[in-house]
Write a new protein. Structure first.
Length: 294
């Protein structure tokens, strides 16, 4: 009984993170009326970096060139993926964005194979077939074109997949908590470099008095970024990669549920089938099938 109790806590931790991430699609979608997308991502990483640096300030003494390089690489992928996803949310339904983003679970094994020569399981090929059909149902228009927002969301999924692949490689020999702090710092730095170039000067005079602005920044910065990534790092120490990946894919389910409830987004038969196929692709890519010996 004790082992079951110990094991259920990290699972609940990841599920809590996916609920928070799922609702963040709604929060960000609403906040984009007030603040440009790249600045939105930059502010959330800045706040997350401050919070995590304060909480884990004692670990900052361990920083060296190796940690700085790891933090810079992960921070770049994390910022790029999040910024692209936020831009995509301007023209894409939150539910569709949530499911297309979750394709990172399917792409990750193949990127790990290409970069670190870690060969994926055979069922990953089947998962790709399901994912491609699901992506088609969610993204393609009647003229078989793909919307710009959906294309950006798929690109952001690749960014998150690269973040996962490199994160898995770096945390094997380095402190994951310190890496978590540094990736947030570098993500914020990249944001403050890119945002002024892409979106110009930020005028916050009209925003600071708007409660919706502060709710969005505090929710995404403290809960969705600092807390959730911390929950993920701690939980994955006690769970298999397969279990963690399947639980993390629930972000897409919660994202869709919240978008229907709070944003009144339409959920037609085509989208529903696409959601089911995308979720099936995630599960297939992570479940290992074994044959019983006679």
């Amino acid at each position: 009984m004790e082992n079951k109790k110990v094991n259920i806590l990290p699972q609940l931790g990841i599920i809590l993170a996916t609920i928070i991430w799922g609702f963040s699609f709604v929060v960000v979608k609403d906040a984009l009326v007030l603040i440009p997308p790249v600045y939105m991502s930059t502010l959330r990483f800045t706040l997350a970096a401050i919070v995590l640096a304060v909480v884990f300030h004692k670990k900052l003494k361990q920083i060296n060139k190796k940690y700085l390089l790891s933090g810079a690489v992960l921070g770049f992928f994390l910022f790029a993926a999040t910024a692209i996803q936020t831009v995509a949310l301007q023209t894409t339904d939150a539910g569709v964005c949530a499911f297309l983003t979750t394709a990172y679970v399917v792409w990750s094994p193949f990127l790990a194979w290409a970069i670190f020569k870690k060969k994926p399981n055979k069922q990953c090929l089947l998962a790709v077939v399901f994912a491609i059909i699901g992506i088609g149902l969610l993204s393609l228009t009647k003229g078989f074109g793909i919307g710009f927002g959906e294309l950006l969301t798929l690109l952001c999924g690749v960014g998150y997949a690269l973040h996962i692949v490199f994160s898995d490689n770096y945390t094997e020999a380095q402190d994951p908590l310190l890496i978590s702090v540094l990736q947030m710092v570098f993500a914020a730095v990249f944001g403050w470099i890119v945002a002024p170039v892409y979106e110009g000067r930020l005028d916050m005079s009209a925003m600071v008095g708007d409660s919706q602005f502060w709710i969005a920044i505090l929710y995404t910065g403290v809960l969705s970024t600092a807390l959730c990534f911390l929950l993920q790092v701690v939980a994955q120490k006690h769970l298999s990669v397969t279990t963690a990946a399947i639980l993390l894919s629930m972000e897409s389910v919660f994202g869709t549920i919240f978008s229907v409830i709070f944003l009144q987004e339409a959920l037609g038969p085509r989208k529903l089938v696409g959601f089911v196929l995308m979720f099936a692709a995630v599960l297939i890519s992570q479940i290992t099938f074994t044959r019983k010996k006679k």
